[in-house]
Design a protein around this ligand. Structure first.
Ligand code: PLP
Length: 334
């Protein structure tokens, strides 16, 4: 159920080689994508009313996964002025006796913001005073970095949190293997054992063919990753340059992941040619879809408005065409 020994050993080797973390195969479970690992970890641990701290903007699935497991999402607004990141003071203020988890996603979907080692240290110094809080690190974008830096892991910075941290990752992003559905959780043995019990009665083991493929990806030549990241970086740079040249739109440069989180406050209050006023980022997104056929996701979905998220996980020609259409759509507003 937990995954083939070959795959779990490949994950353990990866954690040691890339993150400097020491896990044995019995502290690792393979899951049907990172998504299943996160959901299942909440399912095994949340009682009704348990709180989960989620810095916003957040990956859309976190609050819904918490709600589906009778928990209470506690979202903390992390505006652009603080780099879309949670501060130690915010964390301290959000923790209550009912706090069960803190979820940290670095680099983040949707903003691409990544925590530095010293920012992690600041958060860890708060966490050490609250031993009842478990920490889930969603490390799925760790290798999609544009600034040439490697992504520090919370546990390398704060090894004292190891016995209450669940490190989530997978092959979806680093190896562009989303459809193979292999993720994993590494953590203390009791949590891994509970995950094993739940998953053995629900999803079952991961597809054996995919496990072999994921092990091959983890054990193989890693030069592919740097080649892909160079392509993503080119897409980020060129798309951000085009977006930032459009009056009323602006985006900070993401440190990593596949997205631009575009501030569209300059479009709020404007009117379409049909006379409709754009009051929210949802209105902006519908206008872009209907007027120029560009699909982006409103900031409301990620808990911070007025923004929209644009994915750069597509070819440069499509991105340039989309940026041109965005410019046209904005020019057509009054
Ligand atoms: C932040 C984050 N975590 C987890 C996932 C899920 O990854 P997987 O395909 O491994 O389930 C995604 C996918 O979009 C994501 O953006």
């Amino acid at each position: 159920m937990a995954g083939t020994l070959e795959l779990r050993q490949a994950i353990a080797d990866k954690l040691a080689r890339e993150n400097g973390l020491d896990y044995t195969a019995s502290e690792i479970i393979a899951t049907n994508g990172a998504k299943s690992g996160i959901y299942s970890a909440l399912a095994i641990s949340l009682e009704r009313g348990d709180e989960v701290i989620i810095p916003a903007p957040y990956w859309v699935s976190y609050p819904d996964m918490v709600l589906a497991n009778d928990g209470t999402p506690v979202t903390v607004a992390c505006p652009e002025t603080q780099g879309f990141k949670l501060t130690p003071a915010q964390l301290a203020a959000a923790i209550t006796p009912r706090t069960r988890w803190l979820i940290i996603n670095s680099p983040s979907n949707p903003t691409g913001a990544a925590y530095t080692a010293s920012e992690y240290r600041g958060l860890a110094e708060v966490l050490v005073h609250h031993p009842h809080v478990l920490v889930m690190t969603d490390d799925i974008y760790e290798h999609i970095r544009f600034d040439g830096r490697s992504t520090p892991h919370l546990l390398t910075v704060a090894p004292e949190l190891r016995d209450r941290t669940l490190a989530i990752n997978g092959v979806s992003k680093t190896y562009a293997m989303t459809g193979w559905r292999i993720g994993w959780a590494a953590g203390p043995r009791d949590l891994i054992q509970a995950l094993n019990t739940l998953l053995s009665q629900s999803a079952g083991n991961c597809c054996a063919v995919s496990q072999a493929a994921a092990a091959a990806a983890l054990n193989g030549d890693q030069s592919f990753v740097a080649e892909c990241v160079a392509i993503y970086k080119q897409r980020r740079d060129r798309t951000a340059q085009r977006i930032n040249a459009i009056p009323g739109l602006g985006c900070a440069m993401p440190d990593g992941a596949f997205y631009l989180y575009v501030n569209c406050s300059g479009l709020i209050g404007k009117h379409t040619r049909a006379g409709k006023q754009l009051d929210t980022d949802g209105d902006v997104v519908m206008y872009l879809l209907e007027h120029v056929g560009v699909a982006v996701v409103p900031g409301t979905a990620y808990g911070l408005s007025p923004y929209f998220r644009l994915s750069i996980a597509t070819g440069i020609d499509t991105l340039m065409e989309g940026a041109g259409r965005l410019a046209q759509a904005v020019a057509d507003l009054d």
